[in-house]
Each structure stands twice: as structure tokens, then as C-alpha cells.
Design a protein around this ligand. Sequence first.
Ligand code: MIC
Ligand code: SF4
Length: 648
Amino acid sequence: MGLTITEKIIKEHLTDGTAAEEIPAKGRETGLKIDQTLTQDATGTMAYLQFEAMDVSRVKTERSVAYIDHNTLQSGFENADDHRYIQSVANKYGIYFSRPGNGICHQVHLERFGKPGKTLIGSDSHTPTGGGLGMLAIGAGGLDVAVAMAGGAYYINMPQIVNIKLKGKLKSFVSAKDVILEVLRLLSVKGGVGKVMEYTGEGVKTLSVPERATITNMGAELGATSSLFPSDEITREFLKAQGREEDYIPLDADLDAIYDSVVEIDLSELEPMAACPHSPDNVKKIKDIGKIKIDQVCIGSCTNSSLADLLTVAAILKGKTVHPNVDLSIAPGSKQVYQMLAENGALADLIGAGARILESACGPCIGMGQSPKSGGVSLRTFNRNFEGRSGTKDAQVYLLSPETAAVSAINGVLTDPREYGKFPETAQPEKFLINDNMVIKPLDEKEAAKAEIQRGPNIKPFPKNSPLEDSIKAEAILKVGDNITTDHIMPAGAKILPLRSNIPAISEYCFTVCDETFPKRAKEAGGGIIIGGANYGQGSSREHAALAPLYLGIKAVVCKSFARIHKQNLINNGIIPLIFKNPEDYEKVAQGDRLILEGVKEKLQKGEEFVLKNLTTGTETALSGGFSEREKDMILAGGLLNLTRKGN
Ligand code: MIC
Ligand code: SF4
């Protein structure tokens, strides 16, 4: 039987005693050997505190890289303290350190480190960007990344594999962003949960590596475990242009590979589209949305900040002026992109048109500046438009391509870029500018033994959980609806992000997007149970969306379904995630009801159904867990760190 690309990579990386030729059954928990890891600073501090607690002298991966790209606005000592801490850990433990200014982790990793056929996990949900190079790249919680750095396996449930078959060629002014927006329109933000999206077909040959990476990047918005493209001659050309042709291997699905489902997309039929507020799957054609007045345009983020993207933007803006009512900001994805734009003059075209040029970092994508005006309409080439994420609660954020963003910035209204006229073709370089002077190599083992870790006052200890209680009696402290994101649970932005290393302080903002009183109420009640709808915890990999509720005393989350990374983060930290067996039972619990779960340990161990008794209404509701043996042990111990300590 032929194999898919995903199965080929998984087969090469099985760790859990499965015979090498066997492909694990769908849904089975599967341990993978991890070749590469990446962290970013907003999740990295926690990941490295956890790594330090594991008492390993050096990372065991082929390549681990620590990036500083999220918390780059230093309006107090906090972020700078965290950067220094991460740099000192990287130095000591064999991790490459990408300095602030070197760029967004996913863009830099694609350019300088990613390799076809390898496994990569990163403490950031957009790690699947690496799938553009034919790697199996997966977003994970910081603790999972710490375990992988220490040589441990990373566990996934053997995914369904969806074949997205591309044919035809994109027309002018239609871009890779429109491809992934189409996939989101077809499949929704829950459509990828438990799945890997594999792109095949003749259309693949028409897409460059950065275009492929835009598509795999936003596979995160489908909730997919990963997304990937074959590794082919286009991959070889890209790696060669990055001066690392030796990293190339060809990788493709077998002709008789069997997929769980197939989605066909004709690239030549796509039109410019946008994801409308407030969800990446609320996708419409630009021409159907109409010429709405806009206040802001932001170009950049790990989705659309490649050299090719910004050269096109520069060509569109050359000799023009940004509309007087529009604020345009541009953040090149990496130092390589930035310097090349500078050297070929495109940067001058961007500046000349009136763009506000930002540093190479996440910036406005995570609310680190550039929040729109009250009720402002902001067009962004980013990947997430969740309510409030921009830093302005009532802003209306649209996600779209660099072409649509640039043309609209000139016109002051949302514009179908095809109205611009002739597409300004740009020449792509045969060689990228290679200068890794902003990547610091770690110390050798002898030197490392003497190196000190620098810990600033912003870094507070990691919250500890106690082993699972047999009876959980608590209030339904909060009830929320479907598609709650980690930006609802633990908001980010310039004000809150500097508290990422200080769980007691950051907890004061937990769920405040939904309910300002939540942290206070939870503390007064001594914790509680959270009731949620479908796809609870979609979005980022931030562990803080588990750590802050843990700190506030949350014992269990009961909902209709979970997003993959968040569910894992809850388990890793000893909060039990349970699912309504019958989704309609969601209606049987109201916020404030007194609830009790009894015989929890035995039911967990035996894999039995849980019963949620509602002491306020007298009703009973069946809940399921569906945990693997490994997950059961983690929940019983009160989290993975407790379990590791117990094992020692
Ligand atoms: C995001 O895009 O939401 C982030 C910020 O990159 C997160 C990580 C974080 O919260 O630190 C992600 O995608 O995982
Ligand atoms: Fe950074 Fe935005 Fe990408 Fe997250 S989605 S890694 S915040 S650029």
C-alpha cells in the first residue's frame, strides 16, 4: 500500500515500540522522535523554566532554536529580562539564539533551519509554516517542547490525512493567501482538528516555497495538527538560494497513497478574498464585501512577510501615496527580507509611499502596538482576527493578501486588487542574502558547564498543581459559547504580554475579554469548573491559557469539543478536560450552578464515563474523557512535571 508524505515522515520517527513498518491506526496515540524544536519569547520563558527543571545538561535534538520576536516592545524591564534569561539558557544548553531584530521565528526557521522530511515542534501554533518545505512541523505547548529538547517523544493522535489537490495556476492579483482562505471557507476553523492537510496535484508546482508556507502557516486556523507540501525541485531551488542545497531531499506521496478525504481546488478559479470579523473562516470575496472605508492597513506577520510578498507590495506602492485616512504599517518577516528590501531599493519605495516601517517581529499581529482607532476598520495580511486581539476591542479586522492590502491602502477603501491595472511583476533573487550574524551559536559543553543563567525579577516560579482529587465539587464559574479562543482565555497585547513569566500577575487578565469579573470571582470561589461549547481553546499554543486558570483554581473544563493544543496543555498541567457525551447537555448547566464529579480517579483509570451532577437543578449529565494511559497518568499526578518528579 502506498504512503502519504505524512505517513512517510511519521514512519521514520516512531518511538513508542511500534514496528517500524507499521503505520499506527487512526486516532491512536503515537510517539514521535523530534529532530528540531523552536521556541519564541512569549512562550519560551515558561518552556525553559520547565526544561531547567528536567535536569538535562544539553538539548538532545539535532537543532533547537530560541527566537525573540513577540515581546519586542520594551516599555519596562520585563521583556528585556526575559530576553536575557532565554539567551543565557540557550547559551548553556546547546540552543541557537535568534536575537531580537532577526525576525519572526517561522519566517527565519523557514529560511535558515527547516529541512524536508524532518520533524519540528515549536511552542507556537504557527510552527506548521515549516510544512512549506516538506517537514512535519507541529505547534505544541512549551512543556511538550521542553520534553522534546530533553530527548523525549512528542505525542500526537495518528491524524486523518486530507488531500488538498490543487490544479491550475493563480491569476494575477490572486495569491497564496486566497488559497488558504478558500480552504478555511470550505472547512471552517474546526475543520482540521485531528487532521493533517497534505497538498498535492499539478497546482503545487506553480507555488514557491514562501507561498506554500503562507498556506501551511494558516492551516493552524483550521485547527489542523499540521499541513505540508511535497519537497520537490522548487524546494531544492529555494534551499539552494538560501545556500543550503545539501539540506534538500525529495519527498512526495506514493501514487497509490490512500487519503481519508480529498478536497479539490482549481487555483485558476480563485478570486481575492478576505476573512471578515471576527473569525478566520468568515471568508467572502472582496467584490462581495464591497468598498468599505478603512482606517488602517498592516502588512507582515509570519503568514505574509516574505521577500516576495514585500517586493510585490513595494511595486504596487511605488510612486503612490497612502490614502490620507489610512495608517499603513509594514513589518518585514526577517532581517534577511529587511536587508534585501533595503539593498534593492524596494524599502525606499515603501517609505516613499508613506508606510510606517516596523522592526522584523510579530508586532501588531499580537497587539504589540498599532492598535486601530475605536471601531476602526483594519486590513491585515495576518492570520487571526479574533475579537480584541488587535488591542482595540471594537475594531473590525479583515485578513487578506498583501496585494489586496497594498491596493486598498492607496484607495482608502477595501479594493479588489484587480482594479489596480497591470500586475507589477517582480524579479525573485537567485540567491538570498545570507548573513546569520544575529544568530548566536551556543557555548561548547566545557564552557557551558560554567555558564550562569540570568534571571530577572520578572520571572516568577512556575505554579504547582496537586494530584487529582477523587471528588470535584465546584461552581460552574463561567459558561462560554463555541469557538472560544486562547485570546479570550488569556489575552495578549502590549500590556499583558510582559507578564508571561509571572503567572500570578497575568492571571488577573484571565477571561477578561468575556467577563471582567472572572479572575476575582474565581479567586473568591476558590476555583470552579468552566463550561464551554465546541472547539474550546482554538488558536494559539500559549500554555498560559491553562496556567492562569490553574492558578485561579480551575479543576476541570467541560465542553462540547476541544482544540488540540489547548487540550494537551490542560492535561499537561493537570486540569481535566471532559466532553459532553450528548452535546445538547451543554444547555443543562448554567453559570453559577453547583456541580459535583464523583469517583473521578477510578473512572479515569478504568476509562469509564464521568457523571456531572448538577446540585442546583438535580440533573445528571454523562461526560467522556477518551484519555490515553499516558494522559491518565498525567491527570492523576496533577500534570506532567509532577509525574516526572514522581518518576525520579
Ligand atoms: C499567536 O499568534 O497567537 C501567538 C502569540 O504567536 C501564539 C503564541 C503565544 O501566545 O505566545 C501562538 O500562535 O501559539
Ligand atoms: Fe507572531 Fe502573529 Fe505569527 Fe503568532 S501569528 S507567531 S503573533 S506573527
